[in-house]
Ligand binder design. Structure first.
Ligand code: NAD
Length: 438
């Protein structure tokens, strides 16, 4: 199959490289000239484990190339994927579909022969209908089918998720697209990943329902964590105790500072807006969004409490800025709200993240001081706050930390340390949902 991937970000580049690895011929297109220039020089513009080797080997094999121009790849392709961003629209929280619609308009002008146009971007119900309408408006005689094929990969484990998905969802109205999509994903369903064909609108909704459910599950355990703190229970044991029930499952039951990232915040909000517009509000998700929004700043209050009620003039060391480990993605990371809240309360902030600092510098107040490593970050700090559970933060030399810090206070927003181990070394320890009562 000849595949053009429009948009070469976290999803487009990973999907394009994986499709090439399946044996398809792929051209990844992006408007961002710097991204394409980097890719052409063999540099990967994002941090995603394993992506550099995957891209290099498929470029080497002649199956993967890059372009800033859409017209030629689209004319050449059998299948055109739209993998552009769908951020929250400023002001009202609906998904901003302007990039998707602009891409659709451009695709329409260049398509040749029967072309399957696939939205891989996360788009609200009915977007496929609108993409179809736009293409027909531009090219009334075009021969094409519009398909929905949402992506479920997770940053940090994206290649493995793409190659070993739990399921592949394909929504279509035109049966001619079924064979094409089956061919695109043949290597995967031969390995038994279920290929689920649905109507297009159903497929679009599956993506939002999946993300909303996961966001709700995280928010559920976060509220239970708060309850654990007030009644003297331990949320990690509660998680284990309920997660062993197969009907519940153990994943996404880790209490923390609230969900963030490039998907859950915007997708839950967009679902809320879609549901309100259609007169069928989804109250569980409305509550999820509201609870999560207030949680991040509430984490700053935890730090204040750990510091004895005041952080004014104190130095707070933050370990981890990205919304989760193994990515450089800073979009909607909880660290942003937590640091802002600490600064609002008069704290000085030092921070360290293995991959996120370059992006963070554009998003955080310039007064934040960036460290070269965890111990450098902790130097002279009145408290150390673990915000993101990078592996390298899981086995810190606590004695050494205690020696360089001004005060031995650890606030562990990911529960990666055991209270007893930390307290034994003279630290005061604050976790999430782990009561001090015995
Ligand atoms: P991203 O911002 O990393 O990448 C989008 C890219 O599209 C950018 O590089 C941008 O320059 C490019 N672009 C925009 N308009 C273009 C056009 N007309 N022609 C060519 N290129 C264009 O975004 P992302 O994280 O890859 O997300 C893309 C979509 O996939 C979103 O809808 C997102 O919700 C969804 N998604 C993301 C993830 C994830 O983990 N990041 C997972 C599943 C689904």
């Amino acid at each position: 199959m000849r595949i053009a991937m429009i948009g070469s970000g976290y999803v487009g580049l990973v999907s394009g490289a994986c499709f090439a690895d399946f044996g398809h011929d792929v051209i990844c297109v992006d408007k961002a000239a710097d991204k394409i220039a980097a890719l052409k020089e063999g540099r990967i513009p994002i941090f995603e484990p394993g992506l550099d080797e995957l891209v290099a080997s498929n470029v080497e094999a002649g199956r993967l190339s890059f372009s800033t121009e859409l017209a030629e790849p689209v004319a050449w392709a059998d299948v055109v994927f739209i993998g552009v961003g769908t951020p929250s629209r400023r002001g009202d929280g609906h998904a901003d579909l302007s990039y998707v619609f602009a891409a659709a308009r451009e695709i329409a002008r260049s398509m040749q022969g029967f072309t399957v146009v696939v939205t891989k971007s996360t788009v609200p119900v009915g977007t496929g209908d609108e993409v179809e309408r736009i293409i027909l408006q531009e090219r009334p005689n075009a021969d094409f089918a519009v398909v929905s094929n949402p992506e479920f990969l997770r940053e940090g484990a994206a290649i493995d998720d793409f190659k070993r998905p739990d399921r592949i969802v394909v929504g279509l109205e035109d049966e001619r697209a079924r064979d094409v999509m089956s061919e695109v994903y043949r290597p995967l369903y031969l390995n038994s990943a279920p290929l689920l064909f649905t109507q297009r609108r159903t497929s679009e909704l599956i993506k939002y329902a999946a993300n909303a459910f996961l966001a709700m599950k995280i928010t559920f355990i976060n509220e239970i964590a708060d309850l654990c703190e007030s009644v003297g229970a331990n949320v990690q044991e509660v998680s284990r105790g309920i997660g062993l029930d197969n009907r519940i499952g153990s994943k996404f039951l880790h209490a923390g500072p609230g969900y963030g990232g490039s998907c859950f915040p915007k997708d839950t909000l967009a679902l809320v807006k879609t549901a309100q517009d259609s007169g069928t509000p989804v109250r569980l998700i409305e509550a999820t969004v509201a609870i999560n929004d207030t949680r991040k700043r509430a984490m700053a209050r935890k730090v204040v409490a750990a510091c004895g009620g005041d952080v004014r003039g104190k130095t707070i060391a933050i370990l981890g800025l990205t919304f989760k480990p193994n990515t450089d993605d800073m979009r909607d990371a909880p660290s942003l709200a937590i640091i802002q809240a600490l600064q609002d309360l008069g704290a000085r902030v030092k921070a360290y993240d293995p991959e996120g600092m370059a992006h963070a510098k554009h998003l955080l107040d310039p007064s934040v001081v960036y460290a070269t490593g965890p111990y450098d970050c902790a130097e002279g700090a009145d408290a150390l706050v673990i915000v993101t559970e990078w592996n390298q933060f899981r086995a810190l030399d606590l004695r050494r930390l205690g020696e360089v810090m001004a005060k031995p206070i650890l606030v562990d927003l990911r529960n990666i340390y055991a209270r007893d181990d930390v307290e034994r070394l003279g630290f005061s320890y604050t976790g999430i949902g782990t009561s001090t009562r015995r």
